[in-house]
Design a protein around this ligand. Structure first.
Ligand code: NDP
Ligand code: PYC
Length: 337
């Protein structure tokens, strides 16, 4: 271990996150739910959504962007639809509130959707997807963020970093889960580069004048790029639509306007779809899921890796050895909380 990192067990990460979030003023239910996603981020080697997010969460509370003791309220507008009004609180507790209802609705109808409304969102989506896949469901999730990303062909921020996540249960194995921003990288990754004084690839974003730059702070002030040119741009648009107006919530531009310069986490909604394989397939579901394994074997058989495999490998190491946290990050968190 180098001097600039501190090794922590996952239990220590959890205790540290909980103590910090409590100090910041979150209610106990939010403390528990929010801390767990940060533990998951550190455990799976996703630093941009681990303890670093304590700085983000603390700022969102201090600036009044988030309601620290919001009590989510669930409703069932239709048999296959669940809605949770997060009351302006962090999304994690709203998801925990809606999850059992979503699972029940998906099992009853074969497919169901959960809309989280009126939440503040700074988390990775894969912890939610993995939870649903653990229940045997195929799951998809979408959420807008703040207008930071230019459409392909433009240079001005319009979209959020708008992640899409997908999960598929695998018999006897780790689930197939991908979860990525529709921008070239998550904004958190650029923020981590800025903190570390590292250059970034020039295809990650535009300077405010639309020019190229390898400076993280300049891209943060300008606009990020979508991945995959027009294809990522179209997917980012889809996320704006299905997790914004379709569920009666904010687009990324509206979220940034609602933030009113406070630089808090995105405000708005999230759409989560859950499909029960037994819905279409009944007793034949297990056989068809087993057949799907050939797709994964075909990927790995030619030396390519499955999304999620790096995370799962990191998890095995973290559960055994704990994780390394930058000392400067702890210093910075302690200084502001
Ligand atoms: P990445 O570009 O690192 O992509 C992540 C996904 O791609 C993971 O599923 C990853 O698997 C997989 N992957 C990466 N490299 C490969 C490879 N070579 N072969 C196969 N699969 C690969 O992440 P992003 O920067 O786009 O996003 C990071 C996180 O940020 C996400 O969890 C996302 O939810 C979160 N985010 C949240 C937002 C919000 O508004 N709440 C907004 C934007 C992002 P593995 O994990 O195993 O490496
Ligand atoms: O890293 O882009 C990001 C992000 C936005 C909201 C949460 N994470």
């Amino acid at each position: 271990m180098s001097d600039d990192h501190v090794r922590m067990t996952l239990a220590e990460v959890r205790d540290y996150a909980r103590a910090t979030l409590t100090r910041v003023g979150l209610s106990p239910a939010h403390v528990a739910a929010v801390a767990e996603t940060m533990v998951a981020g550190e455990r799976d080697g996703c630093g941009s959504h681990g303890l670093y997010r304590l700085l983000v969460a603390a700022h969102s509370v201090a600036s009044g962007v988030v309601v620290p003791d919001a009590a989510p309220v669930a409703s069932r507008p239709k048999p296959g639809l669940v809605r949770v009004d997060g009351g302006g609180g962090f999304a994690q507790l709203a998801f925990e509130t809606g999850r059992p209802l979503l699972v029940e609705a998906a099992r009853a109808g074969g497919i169901a959707a959960l809309a989280l409304n009126n939440v503040v969102h700074f988390a990775a989506l894969w912890p939610e997807i993995e939870a649903l896949v653990d229940d045997g469901l195929v799951a998809l999730a979408f959420t807008p963020s703040h207008a930071w990303v230019a459409p392909a062909g433009g240079t001005k921020p319009l979209f959020g970093t708008n992640p899409i996540a997908f999960g598929w249960p695998r018999p006897g194995g780790m689930p197939f889960v991908f979860d990525f921003a529709t921008s070239m990288v998550a904004r958190g990754e650029i923020e981590l580069h800025r903190r570390a004084g590292k250059r970034i690839p020039t295809d990650w974003g535009h300077a405010p004048d639309g020019g190229d730059t390898d400076d993280a702070a300049t891209v943060l002030a300008g606009a990020m790029r979508t991945f995959g040119g027009h294809k990522g741009s179209a997917l980012a648009t889809m996320v704006e639509l299905v997790a914004g107006p379709l569920i009666g919530d904010l687009t990324s531009a509206e979220s940034l306007a609602a933030d009113a310069g406070r630089k808090g986490s995105p405000i708005g909604g999230e759409l989560i779809l859950a499909i029960d394989p037994a819905g279409f397939l009944g007793d034949a579901a297990a056989g068809h899921l087993a057949r799907a394994e050939a797709v994964f074997a075909g990927i790995e058989g030619q030396g390519a890796r499955l999304p999620g495999s790096r995370r799962h490998a990191a998890r095995a190491v973290s559960l055994r050895d704990g994780v390394l946290i930058p000392r400067q990050l702890i210093t910075d968190i302690d200084a502001v909380t």
